[in-house]
Design a protein around this ligand. Structure first.
Ligand SMILES: [Zn+2]
Length: 391
């Protein structure tokens, strides 16, 4: 690919890399997030390039940001989307400090380097430089940065609910995929089960109602109902796993309270509402069989799976752009994790793909890094995709 000269110069000057280091040093661990500080950095960079943007400040230092560029003629709307927050740094020691942005052997280290400040900044630079060297293009290119993705896409929900983003025909989300094309990902349900019983001395269990038994019964029945059968060509099978259990105070006391959370990952075709109803039926059955026991089901997070057809224009454009960059395997893949796409896909029928620098297996890990070359390659890829899609 022939890059325009200005972009080449910019890359050579390594300002694009330095800016990623600055973004990694700007701590946006969620909770609490503090995404406003990174959004302000992005606003300043856009202003330095004479591009205006809307900064949507929320309470407690949180923010979404949207910038728009219009082509010479009306046309389709392509959105570049990334999240501003990161997960916490964990308890293990980092060999490269987590907020240093240190570069060693072509790798830029730090929390968020892979997930997904490299993707966010690559989209940002592609957004800034895309029109240069393009004689005419049509439609609208939007850069959208969200808060709170890591805790359930709160920023994306606000972006839709408050009409910060009203429509789109196509969207690229820059989660780490090692610049491979993802066109589908699983949905997620986080469910909390609460069980209540009655305490008694453990030497006389029949005098009490054991809340742990309630959780145990619930889980057993849930595993038996078979809702999690089925296969998807890109996503394989749905999964369900218990992730937290809390109950009991003393070894010799029957516990009267217990709670557990369950993580469920769904595939297209599964009805989340139906799954919730099945759980409520199980809880009601248990309470009928054990009248002194209470079992309550609460949905903590509910995001649907995402699937963009292999025939979609954006998918074909992305494949052609990947091939141009010497990436041999351009076949679409699926992911187990969820993204902001779960929120955006519920509004309209815009095509969504996920493609970004950084290795997915490094996301949320100690010593997270991104290969600088992959980050720079992503800038070119996004420019190329926008050129083809908005021509
Ligand atoms: Zn992410």
């Amino acid at each position: 690919m022939i890059m325009n000269k200005l972009l080449t110069d910019w890359l050579v000057e390594q300002k694009v890399v330095a800016r990623l280091q600055t973004a990694v040093r700007c701590e946006t661990v969620n909770p609490p997030g503090n995404e406003l500080r990174l959004a302000r950095q992005i606003q300043e960079l856009l202003q330095a390039h004479q591009i205006s943007c809307e900064l949507y400040e929320q309470a407690d230092g949180r923010a979404n940001l949207i910038a728009r560029r219009m082509g010479q003629k009306p046309g389709k709307c392509l959105v570049f989307c990334g999240h501003l927050d990161t997960v916490p740094i964990g308890n293990s020691a980092w060999s490269h400090p987590a907020f240093s942005g240190e570069i060693r052997d072509g790798r830029l280290y730090g929390r968020g380097s892979s997930d997904m400040k490299s993707g966010l900044l690559a989209l940002l630079y592609a957004f800034i430089y895309f029109p240069q060297g393009v004689s005419d293009w049509q439609g609208e290119l939007v850069f959208a940065a969200t808060f709170g993705e890591e805790t359930g896409s709160e920023g994306a929900k606000v972006m839709i609910e408050q009409n910060q983003l009203t429509h789109f025909d196509a969207m690229i989300i820059a989660e780490p995929t090692d610049n491979q094309l993802i066109t589908a990902h699983k949905g997620v349900m986080w469910v909390q089960i609460e069980s209540k019983g009655r305490t008694a001395h453990a030497s006389m269990p029949k005098e009490g109602v054991n809340a742990i038994e309630g959780l145990h019964l619930f889980l057993n029945r849930l595993q038996q109902i078979g809702w999690h059968s089925g296969q998807h060509p890109l996503l394989t099978e749905p999964t369900m796993t218990v992730t937290t259990i809390n109950s009991g105070k003393k070894t010799n006391v029957i516990p009267d309270y217990g709670e557990m959370t369950i993580d469920i990952r769904t595939i297209p075709g599964q009805d989340h509402q139906q799954i919730v109803q099945s759980m409520q039926t199980i809880a009601a059955d248990i309470m009928r069989s054990y009248p002194e026991m209470t079992v309550d089901v609460q949905l903590l997070l509910d995001l649907p799976p995402v699937m963009t057809s292999g025939d979609a224009e954006l998918v074909n454009v992305a494949k052609a752009s990947l091939a141009d960059h010497g990436i041999s395997n351009v076949a679409e893949r699926g992911a187990n994790y969820f993204t902001d796409a779960s929120v955006f896909s519920q509004y309209g029928d815009g095509e969504i793909i996920i493609i970004g620098p950084g290795k997915p297996e490094l996301a949320h890990q100690t010593n997270e890094y991104v290969e600088v070359d992959t980050y720079l390659q992503a800038v070119h890829l996004y420019v190329e995709i926008a050129k083809r899609y908005l021509k």
